[in-house]
Ligand binder design. Structure first.
Ligand code: SAM
Length: 332
């Protein structure tokens, strides 16, 4: 194996999030405002499955072990199962997962599993039809719930369920979502609202803090922190004190930043490496991939880019500026 990827602060890079499309069929207001025309890259700029496979194999040869396919909505990309089967075979990739809004997961979960996918994360912001519709811009709660069930049925487990908690929308549902985790034996992950929305509607007042989320769950179900090192995980993890199935994770990048242990980099659908969700700069890999670069040249480029990884995000500082690209374009 070539020397492991490390940034200039000594952080080992083990996780790669690969966005496969910048298109989405939902309009979650905290990401893309409702009704907004989406600015997407021309098709010719989007990496092919072969290019993605090559890029992932370079990252994996440098020590990346966990790969998450995301977007936009990754299941809008044609035959995503083909990409899954390619990435599942890349030497060094130990954990292959996919983040989806689950609009057609119930029909495709078995095929994804057969193609070699390890597990899925499903976004689900509300268990109430009207609030779900309001937050996502689509009336698809029933289909998403079906998708969660199907993922469990075929063994795309542990199924993680992501809910972005935004004050004024769904903070009253936190304990109900914890109940959902117990009932369906899933990992319910509550995420603080981050300034990554295209409508620039983010404000500190709308952020429901990790501490508030913890308190809201604890009021109904006592939580016990899971023992062991948190490592580079985004979430602090809890089990239910009464031994019920399921788990709760709290992802609090705004009020409890975890940049010091960050092990992630991202590859956008148009082939740019991003070293932080909040990066101001992107580093093209596409040019090299398409310009006949050797594997060693690609690896050298990746190493050099990773050395520029930011020490931390600056959300809590006065000079903070939101990145130009939204989560749907970066790949969440
Ligand atoms: N379309 C897929 C989905 O819905 O899961 C994958 C892409 S989506 C951008 C990935 C995750 O980013 C979702 O769980 C979403 O809720 C989260 N996300 C998007 N914008 C966010 C924001 N402003 N703050 C926190 N999380 C956000």
């Amino acid at each position: 194996m070539e020397a492991l990827l490390r940034d200039s602060y000594g952080r080992a890079i083990r996780d790669l999030r690969v966005s496969v499309t910048d298109k989405c069929n939902f309009r979650c207001f905290y990401c893309l405002p409702h009704g907004s025309p989406q600015e997407t890259a021309p098709k010719a700029e989007i990496l092919s499955y072969e290019e993605i496979e090559r890029a992932v194999s370079v990252f994996a040869s440098l020590g990346v072990e966990r790969v998450r396919i995301t977007g936009g909505e990754p299941m809008l990309r044609r035959d995503i199962e083909t990409l899954v089967s390619k990435l599942a075979r890349v030497p060094g990739v130990k954990d292959l997962s996919l983040t989806t809004n689950a609009f057609n997961l119930s029909e495709r979960a078995a095929g994804l599993k057969a193609a070699g996918l390890g597990r899925v994360t499903v976004s689900l912001d509300s268990l109430r039809r009207a609030a779900f519709h309001e937050m996502t811009g689509v009336d698809m709660l029933g289909r998403v719930l079906e998708g969660v069930r199907a993922a469990r049925r075929v063994g795309l487990t542990p199924v993680k369920v992501n809910a972005v908690i935004v004050r004024g929308y769904n903070e009253g549902e936190i304990a109900d979502m914890a109940a959902f985790a117990r009932e369906h034996a899933v990992v319910m992950r509550f995420i603080e609202y981050m300034p990554l929305d295209s409508g620039h509607g983010w404000s500190r007042e709308k952020v429901v803090s990790g501490a508030e989320i913890r308190a809201a769950v604890n009021e109904r179900f006592l939580l016990v922190a899971r023992r062991g090192e948190r490592g580079s995980e985004t979430a602090t993890r809890y089990r239910f004190a009464d031994g019920a199935p399921g788990e709760v994770g709290i992802i609090a990048p705004v009020t409890e930043p975890f940049c010091g242990a960050c092990s992630r980099v991202r590859l956008t659908a148009d082939g740019q490496i991003r070293t932080c969700l909040f990066s101001k700069a992107e580093h093209s890999l596409r040019g090299l991939l398409r310009g006949g670069a050797t594997r060693e040249e690609l690896a050298d480029h990746v190493r050099a880019v990773v050395m520029q990884k930011e020490p931390r995000h600056y959300i809590n500082e006065t000079h903070f500026e939101q990145p130009a690209r939204t989560m749907s374009l970066i790949g969440g």
